[in-house]
Write a protein that binds this ligand. Structure first.
Ligand code: AMP
Ligand code: ZN
Ligand code: ZN
Length: 421
């Protein structure tokens, strides 16, 4: 007799529970899961591709993206304009001074030497802050990296769900095929954040020059891979639900091997240790030699300048991290710092970066398309720390504290009811 009442009470409770639960737990799991997931976010980096290359007629696919997508006049790289510091800034929103990858090669007083391209580069203890894939995973999103500096290290106790040790032999086409294979995973396993990194232009430009036949060929190869990526998205019907960002870490300048300045012409090598040479030198005077080394080194020289780490140009936001040596020397564009006893590399260097971030040749590029972006909208230049809050916004996750601002992207973002940050 009282069964209907009991059933009625249960029904009422179920209705109440459904009303209280998150949208992801609504009755029909399939559409609910789809609506709860953010659009897939693809972050593509073309290492070293200067801001003046997209739109210049050399890379038709990138040019078309640039013409139709949301784009920036250029992106200011962080200091120093090297690959690892800047890639890690892009995914953390922290200046290198703050995330701790202050150079491609560095020295930590506790951990010892870090060399980005060697095993120490994969030691998570060197990598400060929190890359975007950590927060994405915490939010329950699957993540995948088709290479990215930092992705091979266990940072904050985690790695992307899918990642691979860096392998320069994997062609851009093979990398794109892997990304598309990830996108073919069932919806609940499919990564919502994916990186794709391509260094072929950087490698060719270093070896042969910014617009050498080799560099142009690398542009072509990368562009063809980008075309395959876009075709793959279209073929899967994913284009409308994918935010795509294509950018670079820094630019590139032509150099001559003969344009080398020698530190030991100014102060003998016996008075200091160095952590890095090349475009950016980190110098630590030996005990008792600080005053002498500073007297000789700090200031302007032919083709380079040196600073006490506390007095570096403020615009570089660099000098507080304990991993930065007490004296930092920055070469003028085109030059490099060396020691006389070091032989010059066997292969002449024809292209280089690591020069001052204000140099237009060091500017990076940015273009984006997808459901969150206003097609054809343009942005003035911005600092690359701003990319991280944008990534968090696009993934609908809370950004960790960072040095950037999402406001930068207001002109290119479609308005959304409730931003997730
Ligand atoms: P650099 O030009 O010295 O700033 O460094 C860029 C080079 O680093 C690229 O051309 C790649 O060959 C290499 N590279 C990029 N990512 C990685 C990685 N995750 N692990 C090791 N080497 C890398
Ligand atoms: Zn680079
Ligand atoms: Zn490089």
């Amino acid at each position: 007799m009282h069964l209907p009442i009991v059933r009625g009470a249960w029904l009422a409770m179920l209705v109440l529970l459904a009303a209280c639960s998150s949208p992801a737990r609504r009755a029909d799991p399939a559409p609910a899961a789809a609506s709860a997931s953010p659009p897939t976010l693809l972050l593509v980096s073309i290492d070293g591709l200067r801001a003046d290359i997209p739109g210049s007629g050399r890379m038709p696919t990138l040019d078309a993206l640039f013409a139709q997508g949301a784009r920036a006049a250029w992106v200011n790289p962080s200091y120093p304009t090297l690959t690892f510091p800047n890639h890690y800034t892009l995914v953390t929103g922290l200046r290198p001074d703050r995330h701790g990858i202050v150079h491609n090669d560095l020295e930590d007083s506790m951990l010892g030497r870090f060399e980005s391209k060697k095993a120490s580069g994969r030691d998570g203890r060197f990598w400060g802050g929190e890359p975007i894939w950590v927060a994405a995973r915490r939010a329950g999103l699957k993540t995948a990296t088709m290479f990215w500096p930092g992705s091979e290290a266990e940072i904050a106790g985690t790695r992307p769900d899918h990642w691979r040790p860096f392998d320069g032999k994997l062609t851009p086409d093979q990398r794109v095929a892997e990304v598309l294979a990830w996108l073919d995973l069932p919806a609940n396993e499919r990564p919502r954040f994916i990186t794709l990194y391509m260094e072929q232009y950087d490698v060719a430009a270093h070896a042969a020059g910014t617009f050498s036949p080799q560099a142009l060929e690398a542009m072509e190869t990368i562009d063809a891979a980008l075309a395959k990526l876009l075709a793959g998205l279209d073929a899967r019907g994913l284009r409308a639900d994918t935010n795509l960002i294509v950018l670079s870490d820094h630019g590139m300048a032509d150099v001559r091997t003969s344009d080398t300045a020698y530190l030991d012409d100014v102060v003998p090598e016996s008075l200091y240790a160095w952590t890095s040479l090349g475009p950016v030198a980190h110098i630590t005077p030996h005990p008792g030699q600080a005053a002498e080394v500073r007297r000789r080194l700090v200031g302007r020289h032919d083709h380079y300048a040196c600073w006490d780490k506390a007095s570096l140009p403020p615009a570089w936001h660099y000098g507080r991290n304990p991993r930065i040596a007490s004296i930092v020397c920055q070469v003028d564009t085109g030059w490099r710092l060396q020691l006389r006893r070091h032989p010059l590399p066997h292969q002449p260097l024809k292209g280089e970066h690591g020069f001052a971030p204000e140099d237009p040749q060091m500017r990076a590029f940015f273009v984006a398309s997808g459901p969150d972006f206003v097609p054809g909208a343009t942005l003035p230049a911005f600092d690359n720390v701003d990319v991280y809050p944008l990534l968090a916004h696009l993934l609908r996750i809370r950004a960790a504290p960072n040095d950037g601002t999402l406001q930068t992207f207001t002109p290119v973002l479609k308005p959304r009811a409730a931003p997730a940050h």
